[in-house]
Design a binder for this molecule. Sequence first.
Ligand SMILES: Cc1cc2nc3c(=O)[nH]c(=O)nc-3n(C[C@H](O)[C@H](O)[C@H](O)COP(=O)(O)OP(=O)(O)OC[C@H]3O[C@@H](n4cnc5c(N)ncnc54)[C@H](O)[C@@H]3O)c2cc1C
Length: 456
Amino acid sequence: MSATSRDAVTTYDAVVVGGGLAGLAAVHRLAHAGLHVALVEKRARLGGSSALSGGWFALSGTELQRRSGVTDSGAVFLDDMVRTGEGYADVSLLRTLVERQEHAITAIGRADAWTDELKVSAGMSVARAHLVHIGRILGTLRAEAVDAGATIRRGCAAEELLTDGARVVGVRCGAVELGADAGVILASGGFSRSRELLDLFVPAQAAAMPYGGVGNTGDGLHMAGMLGAGLADIGQVSGTYGQHPDATDDEHELLTANYLGAILVNARGERFADESASYKQLGAAVLAQPGRMAFQIFDATVRARSRPGVPLSDMERITELGHLVSAPSLEALEATLGLPEGSLRATVARYNGAVAAGTGDDFSRTGLVNGVGALEPITAAPFFAYAAVTAMTSTYGGLRVGVDGGVQRIDGSRIQGLYAAGEVVGGFHGASYMTGTALTKALVFGVEAADAIARS
Ligand SMILES: Cc1cc2nc3c(=O)[nH]c(=O)nc-3n(C[C@H](O)[C@H](O)[C@H](O)COP(=O)(O)OP(=O)(O)OC[C@H]3O[C@@H](n4cnc5c(N)ncnc54)[C@H](O)[C@@H]3O)c2cc1C
């Protein structure tokens, strides 16, 4: 071991760094495999971005899809992810995600966390986004892991990976060293809270509103980087469009009324993108607009599609927070928002004309979301506007891994004893992101990395 003598170390079979979904899934699996395992979490509370998330999981072949008459399969799920990643994602990782999604389905069922909410969202050709009670999953994994003998140490930030020269054999958290005979799993989340890493890897995105778990400062990338770890997808990181600029750290205010029929206009009252595109692509487009913001503009028909309590579609909560603007006419809305006179009316008239003609519009929008769902004109008063910015909720580039979560060096060789799972990992999303794949991947690969350690 590179630090002090082994006598000063508490030794486990395995140590997991980070107490979000990936880390809790891993520690749960390891404890149930009979391993002596510890999880370290740098914050006083477990959960990270997972606890803050919308709770959408991308899954195929579920009971809910069958009951809802949705035809889907692993092959279609895989195809959709490959297309969304525009050829940049690692297909072997995506295939493993699809083949092992049962890990997620089982955990959701065990936690009694299913809801009946199922929808088409970014990157999907069919309804595949399943809303689950994420808090119940996190709580169940934690409680069952502790019951099975796992140690959970909060307020314990891993700072360094310990090696014996050839392999990783533990972590150091301040003055405390934890030995890990069979391996360490990094599940420390992304770097959405590190201005330094955003500036380094994706400077064009650094102006996005910092968001995600407050502890997500890229520590796993730093620690593994010291051992020569390679990276994947790092330049593809993109913020998510749809957050109110006054959202707090404790409650996100993501709304995608555009997937229900809204259009997006900038501060000049002009459209600038196909609103059915992934909210990651829209995030990049909005950063290039004046004031780096865009209004979601819609009418009473779209307002009636609000789903109270359903993240991304809940306009009631946004109204309660005082962040939804309404007006009896487009003219009045334009004036309230301070848009140039006539701009919003002209933009909506042009959009409505294209929808009525069915010939495709200026930005080739053909559907509500990802090309799916019929477009309707914006005509029914009152009219609404939601001002939103691009938030850096998550960073989907990260460590290069194999299908068992084993971390690879820049040259593709394995760093023995080191695994990673969740948002700290790259290779899954490529150019863009399908809603729900981040939570599914965190859970599935937390389990896969644990299994790899248990087998070793
Ligand atoms: C507002 C919001 C909504 C989202 N909605 C969805 C959604 O609906 N569906 C979806 O798929 N994805 C969604 N995402 C993304 C998704 O939540 C994350 O990608 C996923 O939860 C990451 O899980 P994780 O376990 O890898 O990381 P996290 O859940 O972030 O956990 C990482 C943990 O590691 C801890 N940590 C960091 N460094 C250290 C260290 N040095 N030592 C010890 N601990 C450390 C952190 O404090 C944190 O608790 C959303 C994200 C946000 C912010």
